[in-house]
Design a protein around this ligand. Sequence first.
Ligand code: RP5
Length: 164
Amino acid sequence: MVKPMSSSKPLVGILMGSKSDLEVMSEAAKVLGEFGIAHEMKVASAHRTPELVHEYVSGARGRGVRIIIAGAGGAAHLAGVCAAHTILPVIGVPVESKSLKGMDSLLSTVQMPPGVPVACVGINAAKNAGLLAVQMLALEDRELAGKLTAYRKKMGDEIRSIRL
Ligand code: RP5
């Protein structure tokens, strides 16, 4: 049973390559907060501060973190590097870049060679990364699973209520 209390130790670690990724990555934190999942956010770059990424990720499992969400743009190595340093599931968020509109981020995050997987969501889709983390945690938490079912029902009800 996971303990999704906001005061408890973080279950989800959200990393991003730059402060400029914060607006996008905040969507993951927001949804985790809505489900009452304790989480933490940190800027750590795979190429500017590789030692910081290593330090954070290699210690995460021991501190009780269950899932890592990693967002970066451009030649986006962050999620793959995180995955290389841990057996925790890593969800990658390709952040939109200026020059290639995030296609570079998407391909460099999603195309992990066999053996070290990254679960990659869409460009800027940090909300889905947060929801996927909630779904993973709900595998062992009936109360959280109930909240997810209610969340899906509310989404469906909103669609069904549309009258054109
Ligand atoms: C990546 O380069 C970051 O993840 C960010 O998406 C992108 C641009 O970074 P800044 O130049 O805004 O710091 O490392």
